[in-house]
Design a protein around this ligand. Structure first.
Ligand code: SAJ
Length: 406
């Protein structure tokens, strides 16, 4: 077989690392995005988001000749595409909004030759390909494939290489061809199955994690009432050979775990009871943190205007703030009293909320009580600066005097 050439559509959190890994694995890659500014940045050799180890991958891919374009006309002769565009969801209906996938697919379909392979990596709810993508395929035959992404922000480079993958295809031969392409960089096991199973597994995996985090978060509330230390309970329980309770926190954010389970709840409302409860428990955490913090503030005579939030991203050491617990907390505060909190996040270079300070010391000068919502490395390196502050640590990451925890 000739060297495979692949177009990756969507240069976001998943599309970019995937195209770099493919290039470094020996595949000819064109990274395509509608956003001309993003493409210009990449052409200049700059990254569009922060991720450990990504720059090294980029340097290697540049040497190996990765190219980028925002002009679809450059892709007319290509026949292997990987679509990796965002799938927003409607907050009210809790349903997926497949419009980006549909529009990316339509534009590729309009230019690609008969028999092309179009892989969808974007997370989609089970049944989306049959409901919204397959009907777009008319006389010109193309091969549809679903290969859901599985990498975790913060450890993407490692996981791209080592995680196993699922390829859902209508045709086993096409599945094998796609597997070969992914094998160029993926050392994990690659399973070939149907499109529907691949769609379901992705959502099921993220739901599994959501349910397990919800269990840890529910234990926080139970242990508070019982007057026992939840971390001690979890630590001792986890010594059992078949118990592995996750870490409680301020809630669940990100565009995956806090979203995907809703697809199952939305499509299977009668069946998905545990899944729905887990979502509600995790979503209740930012408000619960505020209740706990109020008690601490009252006890220490601190006014709400002198409370600050450390950490706006959805988890530690990433710059992604989608659906983050801190934003959920700020939204709740806005709704209840039209006020914000002072906040700070070392991972963010631009202001995303009212009251956000860009300098840690300025932030600290404005607050007496710090709610630790994220355990960024920056905080662990600068914990001495918290001296004299009351701290409520929702991540159990600080071992300083007088810190309050769950
Ligand atoms: N969290 C806790 N306690 C824990 C673990 C996580 O409160 O013990 C919180 C985090 O702080 C964060 C949220 O959960 O707010 C989700 O973080 P995460 O690190 O568990 O996962 P994500 O959202 O960064 O990535 C997940 C991964 N899915 C699974 O682990 C099953 C990743 O492999 C997927 O590729 C990704 O979703 C995705 O894009 O779907």
């Amino acid at each position: 077989m000739n060297k495979e050439k692949v177009v990756v559509v969507g240069m976001g959190y998943i599309g970019l690392p995937t195209s770099l890994a493919l290039t470094n694995g020996g595949i000819d890659v064109v990274g395509y995005d509608l956003d001309a500014r993003k493409i210009e940045t990449l052409k200049k050799g700059q990254l569009t988001f922060k991720e450990d180890g990504l720059m090294d991958l980029f340097e290697e891919a540049k040497k190996k000749g990765i190219s980028f374009t925002s002009n679809i006309k450059d892709l007319v002769n290509e026949n292997f595409f990987i679509i990796s565009v965002p799938t927003p969801y409607d907050k009210d209906s809790k349903k997926i909004d497949p419009s980006y996938v549909v529009s990316a697919f339509s534009s590729i379909y309009s230019i690609c030759p008969e028999g092309s392979i179009i892989v969808i990596e974007s997370t989609i709810s089970p049944g989306t390909i049959d409901k919204t993508v397959r009907p777009l395929v008319k006389e010109k035959h193309v091969n549809l494939v679903h290969c859901p992404e599985r990498i975790i922000p913060g450890n993407m480079v490692y996981e791209l290489k080592h995680n196993s993958r699922t390829i859902g295809a209508d045709d086993a031969e096409i599945g094998e061809r796609v597997k070969k392409v992914y094998s160029s960089f993926c050392e994990g096991n690659i399973v070939i199955t149907s499109i529907k199973v691949a769609e379901m597994t992705k959502v099921v995996e993220n739901t599994f994690r959501d349910i397990n985090i919800a269990y840890a978060n529910e234990l926080v509330k139970i242990c508070e009432k019982a007057g026992v230390d939840v971390y001690e309970v979890i630590r001792i329980s986890n010594a059992h050979p078949r118990v592995n309770i996750l870490q409680p926190g301020p809630g669940v954010g990100g565009h995956c775990i806090s979203v995907d389970p809703w697809f199952l709840v939305g499509d299977y409302p009668m069946e998905a009871n545990l899944i729905k409860q887990a979502r509600l428990i995790n979503d209740s955490m930012p408000e619960y943190v505020l209740t706990r913090v109020s008690k601490v503030a009252e006890k220490n005579n601190i006014s709400f205007d002198r409370i600050g939030i450390y950490g706006l991203t959805y988890k530690e050491n990433v710059d992604d703030f989608r659906e983050s617990p801190s934003l959920q907390m700020l939204e709740f505060r806005q709704q209840t009293c039209s006020k914000s909190f002072v906040s700070f996040d070392p991972m963010l270079e631009t202001k995303i909320v009212e009251g956000q300070e860009m300098d840690f010391k300025t932030f600290l000068s404005k607050v007496d009580l710090v709610i630790v919502m994220q355990n960024h490395k920056h905080l662990l390196d600068n914990k001495n600066l918290l001296k004299g502050k009351i701290v409520f640590d929702t991540k159990n990451c600080l071992d300083i005097d007088g810190v309050y925890k769950y």
